[in-house]
Design a protein around this ligand. Sequence first.
Ligand code: GLA
Length: 674
Amino acid sequence: MNTSRLDASHVSVVVTLLSLFASLAIGQDTTWLSAMDLTKMRQGWGTPRSNLSVTQHPLSCNGITFANGVGTHARSFVWVDLGGKGEKFTAAFGVDDGAPGPGSIVAKIWGDGAELYRSPVLSRGRMPVDIDIDIRGVQKLVLSVSDGGDGSNSDHADWCNARFLTRGKRPQTIDPVEDDPGLLTPIPPLAPGLNAPPVFGCRPGHPFLFRIPCTGERPVTFSAEGLPASLACNPSTGVISGRAPGTGTYAITLHALNRHGSQSRRMVIESGSVLALTPPMGWNHWYTHYGRITDSLVRDAADFMISSGMADAGYQYVNIDDCWMNSPKNGDSMRVGPLRDGAGNILPNRHFPDMPALTAYIHDRGLKAGIYTSPGELTCAGFAGAYRHEAQDARRFAGWGFDFLKYDWCSYSRVAGADPGRSALMTPYETMGDLLQQQDRDILYNLCQYGMGNVWEWGERVGAQSWRTAGDLGVELDRFFEVALRNAEHRAWSKPGSWNDPDYIQIGYIGDARNAGLPAPCSMTRNEQYAFMSLWCLMASPLFFSGDMGHLDPFTLNVLCNPEVIAVNQDALGQCAAVIQCTDETFVMVKDMADGSKALGLFNRGEFPADVAAPWTVLGLAGKYAVRDLWRQRNIGPAAGEYRVRVPRHGVALVRLTAEQSNPPTPKKGALQK
Ligand code: GLA
């Protein structure tokens, strides 16, 4: 038995009891953090635990066990309402001995926005630090754990014996307090507003379908000047269809006219080998419907994409994820049945009675349809995969009329073995990539294998247009800033036709894999949702909303449908923004745009509004720049030397910097000249 451990934990119990008696004697209340409502605590991984570590073991730092406290994981924060009645906060703080690696964490405590305490960087095996701070007069206190500047792996943090001494009022954990940004995107004008991407890729001779995205009061009359003879534009729907022309670059001009005005915009059709010249945009069912998806929910999604105005902002793909096939075993008997017919053709389950009719329904609206499978025998949710039927399935998907395939690794590990090398990782994706290229339609190819083998380095080589760079964001949503910063590290592989995919946009109402399917508002605050969308646009990520199309409230649409923000995502250069400054609390991202301007995102991960600056020296700029606030679609005057702005808690300022006439920048190589 380890006697020194025993001694130390006994000492900690005795100290706790003594201080309790002392506070009782002088009329103070003691409130343990462990006894407070921990559902208000947010953290980067796992769930906060009362009197246990985040992995549910007794709290233990450097061999000392603690009976009382809270186990959490960086980045973590909780707001506490003291109402000015606090006296003291005391705790011992350190990395839990159960952390799988050394970890590195910093505790920070703020009172009404002022920093009251900051620990040194702590790691596993170091003595916990004793915290004893004066909290008199503080209204709102924040306890936070940051990641020590090196990401949050193994950052299991323990607030041991954490307690508040107060007089006259018990402290309470509360939701974070932040200014409501309101609805930032202005209502689109009644006159037409064309939102087509600058460039659109297709393969010669294949079916061509493109619905011109355009806001404005209907009816709108559309036309497309300079269209190759194999294409025609429907004047009332704005859907361009036909066969893709022969290899070449076709500069067309789109026109839209209604009773309030008219607008024209250039778009280039590149008929050749490269698809998705700008990041694909659409909807995917996963984070709302999970294993409950049906034909009618997909049709509804297509209808909502039109009626909500999302299609007018550029959203185009309506994608089915897992669970459309049969499974050997499922709680829903309609999803259980033969996996294939006698000829080996994959069979949809009874919730999908007629796949060609479903894609036709989507195509009739000028939209495109996506489907999902796995190279393994079974998909991640246990449904029939494509293993040993790849060619047949690729033909089937094309025959049914699909325009997009997500190919999800799932059970393929059983084929590839426990630790496959790069070529084994590539094999199934190469096979399907080749097969898709043999079909007589354009099918975008999305790799989903969670970033294994640095997929960004070879995704394009196997014929894909996008690849997930990490695991499911669903379980990491609370750390979307960190996920984005990691995704942006692969920026060198972002270019037209090749996109890093950090997973879907989970804003608005999202579903729950476990409950009956009732979608609920996502856990992110409004500022966080604006920050999320800004990150995905700056990183040129595929823009797939995965929230509930049936619950598109004005705020969600406001975040999803700002044409000036989306234009950052759809820029012809295809660059992923670079992180140019990153502190524990704030960071700046900059993206070169095809017209020579720069899109700039200034982010604040901290708990209080912060000033964030982007100096010209760091941006490589000189002279004066016009600044446009993209969310508010408002010019905010010229800046020289730097751009500085106050950014809300967990929020963003997204601006575009354009050189004033006196100092024109050189357009970047590869930029499409207007
Ligand atoms: C994996 C993928 C998700 C989703 C599910 C479906 O987890 O990463 O995006 O497709 O499978 O089972």
